[in-house]
Ligand binder design. Structure first.
Ligand code: WT7
Length: 662
């Protein structure tokens, strides 16, 4: 069984355990904050009544009969209620007279390629896209795959699906054809929405060819809707492929939306688990929308009339779903949506965007903060960032150094920082300070939000005391929770509900400090966190052994100063390899992983070894390999089949014989 010890956690841990600084909520913030003192007590007194009050912020076509039906591990929220997610995100704001408000300041990667989209614009676009999907035969319950760059059509396509009750499955544009195909097949999607390509660091990078290749394995996909973004040449399948500008633009801007059951599936988002097969995390409509809009309002203190909110993440991940699309739109917020990388057009690109659009709330990942840090504090210093009033972090433990840099150089010591812990499975934020109420500590997510019940427990399921570490579990259901794994109820039960009966096991280690505040310590399973991307060791091992030269592979996540963790692979090959041939093979294997999964999964290092260290029962000793990868002392290796294997691997690692850093 994995343990919650320090070696799982990347660079953050050792530093953060010694951190003692604390920042009170800034004076002046508290008086106007959306979350007022007493909110924790109020929610704790009757959590269901509290969630029910939050649900009243949405527009329901039919009110629910019961807030929660809990048949562990299956929950239904707002039972009997009916609503339409797209109407809640768009139409009702136009009806309320704020159609002129900008929903998105969209910023394309090429300089000057920008577009402001108001709520009224969005309403027309979504209606047209919904009508187009209807023309393609999409009905409630059908799955639609979306494989797009960060362009407005991505949001429009998602909302059009939601409007029809057709669950979308957005697949990150960085995934390869194989990864795309396996997700389309698992979800049994019949329609794919894509683009010719997207812009990445000044060059047009293709997307459509990956769809064409994937669909060779997916005979049931009957229609592909293609956005023209870059103008690249694309192969065309008559009858199957349709240009967005042909099919969508000619549709009516009126579409009568149907109200769906609160538990109507809204989307499937694939994420890595501890096996090679990604899990299709299922989210439904009512509870998810309540959860994302509530947390967006409270954690980010959103004032829709004046804030400009920017989640700097990709729509292909859950952060984009919940805090670029559903949470902000349900709240009638104005958001920035940026297509490119932080250094496209110069390493100060972000600060120019903040300055130009007067961004007031910025939400990003520690890995990006560390990258911005590397580029130097002169860059943010040269821009007017005075519009910022709140900063957020998500995706991995944030090391105190990055937290302090963010606070000082971006927030100029004025802005509270919310370190928000959650997962694809949780749908929205569960653990975070509330600005204006909760003090903050560099590196701590502090405490569960109102309406959320979490504990840190030891191996035997007993709650740990202050100053102690253990496993993070959620002890009560919450509205945004996953409703299951698509097509695999057993795996749902097994992955989340079997380790500690009655509790949701998050897979993260956590610690309570002496004040009882919560610190997240990283994964305790074989899931890595590379630049805030969740990647499974098993998935990469599977890709590696799929190469004809590979006999066996073991993958571990090793600490990395920028990416948090980095992928290190230990590989035994079939036949002999020597010298230059070995180097070429290592390069080939790294590219192989990028091709089979995605460039984000490409190992930083691959070590060719004649053998892998195993226990007597034949299990690969990953913890030991991680120690080797991080050049730590090996300690006790007596349970190994052959301890000389490890010494040999360690020797190779230290002499750098295996590295292939770019
Ligand atoms: C895993 C979930 C939540 C959207 C992005 C990632 C890690 C996430 C934090 C945080 C420490 C964090 C956990 C979690 N994680 N936020 N604030 N502090 N760790 O979603 O891909 O589903 O990954 O990310 O390990 O289990 P995801």
């Amino acid at each position: 069984m994995p343990d919650a010890s320090a070696d799982r956690t990347g660079p953050a841990l050792s530093a953060l355990l010694h951190e003692t600084r604390q920042f009170p909520p800034p004076a002046g913030f508290a008086a106007q904050a959306n979350a007022q003192p007493g909110i924790y007590e109020e929610a704790a007194a009757d959590p269901l009544a509290w969630w029910e009050r939050q649900a009243e912020h949405l527009q329901w076509e039919q009110r629910w009969d019961r807030v929660l039906e809990w048949d562990l591990p299956y929950s239904k929220w707002f039972v009997g209620g009916k609503l339409n997610a797209s109407v809640n995100c768009v139409d009702r704001h136009v009806a309320a007279g704020i159609g002129d408000r900008v929903a998105y300041h969209w910023v394309g990667e090429p300089e000057g390629d920008t577009r402001d989209i108001t709520y009224a614009d969005l309403k027309d676009l979504v209606a047209q896209a919904a009508n187009a999907l209807v023309e393609l035969g999409v009905e409630a319950g059908d799955r639609v795959a979306i494989y797009l760059p960060m362009i407005p059509e991505a949001v429009v396509a998602m909302l059009a699906c939601a409007r029809l009750g057709a669950p979308h499955s957005v697949i990150f544009g960085g995934f390869s054809a194989d990864a795309l195909a396996s997700r389309i097949l698992d979800a049994d999607a019949r329609v794919v929405v894509t683009a010719d390509g997207g812009w990445r660091r000044g060059t047009a990078s293709p997307l459509k060819p990956a769809v064409d290749a994937a669909l060779e394995q997916c005979p049931d996909v009957r229609s592909v809707l293609v956005v023209r973004r870059t103008g690249q040449d694309v192969a065309w399948h008559e009858g199957r492929d349709h240009w967005w500008h042909d099919l969508v633009d000619r549709q009516s801007t009126t579409h009568e939306a149907e109200a769906f059951d609160a538990e109507q599936p809204l989307y499937i988002m694939y994420t890595s688990g501890t096996t090679a097969k990604p899990k299709g995390i299922l989210h439904t409509t009512g509870g998810y929308l309540v959860h994302t809009s509530t947390t967006h309002r409270l954690v980010f203190d959103l004032k829709p009339e004046r804030d400009v909110f920017w989640t700097a993440a990709d729509i292909g991940w859950v952060t984009g779903h919940s805090y670029i699309v559903y949470g902000p739109l349900a709240n009638g917020a104005t958001s920035v949506m940026y297509e490119g990388t932080p250094d496209a057009g110069g390493q100060d690109r972000w600060w120019r965007i903040v300055e130009q659009h007067k961004v007031s709330i910025l939400y990003t990942a520690p890995t990006t903060i560390r990258t911005l840090m590397k580029w130097g504090e002169e860059l943010p210093a040269a821009h007017d960032l005075s519009s910022l009033r709140l900063l957020g972090s998500v995706g991995e433990p944030i090391n105190p150094e990055a937290w302090m840099w963010y606070r000082t150089n971006v927030g100029r010591d004025r802005c509270p920082i919310v370190d928000t812990w959650w997962q694809t499975e949780t749908g929205g934020i569960l653990i975070s300070p509330l600005p204006g109420i909760t003090a903050t500590k560099p590196g701590a997510a502090m405490r569960p939000l109102p309406g959320i019940s979490a504990k840190v427990i030891d191996n035997d399921g007993n709650e740990v005391g202050n100053g102690e570490g253990g496993y993070l579990v959620l002890t009560e259901p919450w509205p945004g929770m996953l409703r299951g794994i698509w097509g695999d109820p057993e795996r749902y039960q097994e992955t989340y509900w079997s380790r500690f009966p009655g509790y949701y096991f998050a897979g993260d280690g956590a610690k309570l400090d002496d004040d009882g505040d919560l610190w997240l310590l990283g994964r305790v399973d074989d899931v890595m966190n590379v630049s805030g991307h969740r990647i499974s060791t098993a998935e990469i091992e599977h890709a590696l052994v799929g190469h004809p030269r590979v006999a066996e592979a073991a993958v571990v996540g090793a600490s990395d100063a920028t990416t948090g963790q980095a992928v290190v692979a230990f590989v035994t090959v079939k036949g002999e390899v020597e010298g230059e041939e070995g180097e070429a093979l290592v390069r080939e294997l790294r590219d192989h992983v990028a091709t089979v999964i995605s460039p984000i999964a490409k190992p930083r290092q691959i070590l060719l070894t004649p053998d892998l260290p195993k226990t007597r029962s034949g299990k690969i000793m990953r913890r030991l390999l991680r120690d080797v990868a991080e050049h730590r002392d090996l300690g006790d290796v007596t349970t190994l089949l052959d301890s000389s294997v490890v010494s040999m691997i360690d020797e190779k690692m230290r002499t750098g014989a295996a590295s292939d850093d770019e």
